[in-house]
Design a protein around this ligand. Structure first.
Ligand code: PGA
Length: 250
């Protein structure tokens, strides 16, 4: 079983002054990270600030997106090599906000996954169904397709050094968390899909839950057999809540 993992997704929030204060408060409770792997994914402009401030802690750095291209004339894009250069360990890929608001396709997400792996980054592949898809009982099919497109692109070996985050779209930022049982059912489905390719990779890969994780619901979610931690949005901007969530995972 992998050690638990909690990753903060700050989304498009923060400022130099606000980040410094948030990080200071998080670092003052760093006993919370002793038994887990923890990461923070700030917006691109603050990667260096966060990297410097967490450099003597157990906190790892991650980015929220990456270009599928390596370098060159791609105005406004950021390459995987640049993220690696800045000390990133992880990169979030295929977050539902990117899929929905920026029309990222499964194919593009798979290409980004490959670019991240080639630069030595650990992709955090975000997958999940919309409310309509859940109501039509398509959850299993949707998450399988999202994972399958990455397997088709890089092979199952690509998951040796990757993380999967199951984030039901209807639970993200809504306060409407999946119940531990609902989440566990999908996590088990994901692990089973991977087991069909490689049982050892399937048992080692972190499958995180994301979607309105908070200090009150984290423990019951993380206690489920196939939930290896969380990807935390809103609550990661509140230092005490984030620390409590981390404590719930360890
Ligand atoms: P939330 O976001 O915790 O605010 O629901 C999670 C995410 O989008 O990763």
């Amino acid at each position: 079983m992998p050690a638990p993992m909690v990753i903060a997704n700050w989304k498009m929030n923060g400022s130099l002054i606000g980040n410094a204060s948030l990080l200071h408060q998080i670092l003052s409770g760093s006993d919370a990270f002793e038994h887990l792997e923890v990461g923070i994914c700030p917006p691109f402009p603050y990667l260096e600030q966060v990297s410097e401030q967490v450099s003597h802690s157990r906190i790892n750095l991650g980015a929220q997106n990456v270009s599928a291209f390596q370098s060159g004339a791609y105005t406004g894009e950021t390459s995987a090599a640049m993220l690696k250069d800045l000390g990133c360990r992880y990169v979030l890929l295929g977050h539902s906000e990117r899929r929905q608001l920026f029309q990222e396709s499964d194919h593009q997400v798979a290409a980004k996954f490959e670019a991240a792996l080639s630069a030595g980054l650990q992709p955090v592949l975000c997958i999940g169904e919309t409310l309509e898809q859940r109501q039509r009982e398509e959850t299993g099919r949707v998450v399988s397709t999202q994972i399958q497109s990455v397997i088709d692109h890089v092979g199952i070996q690509g998951f040796t050094n990757a993380v999967i985050a199951y984030e039901p779209v209807w639970a993200i930022g809504t306060g409407q968390t999946a119940t531990p049982e609902q989440a566990q059912e999908v996590h088990a489905h994901i692990r089973q899909l991977l087991t069909g390719y490689d049982a050892s990779i399937a048992s080692q890969v972190h499958i995180l839950y994301g979607g309105s994780v908070n200090a009150a619901n984290a423990r019951s979610l993380f206690s489920q057999k196939d939930i290896d931690g969380g990807l935390v949005g809103g609550a990661s901007l509140k230092p005490n809540d984030f620390l409590d969530i981390c404590r719930s995972a360890s």
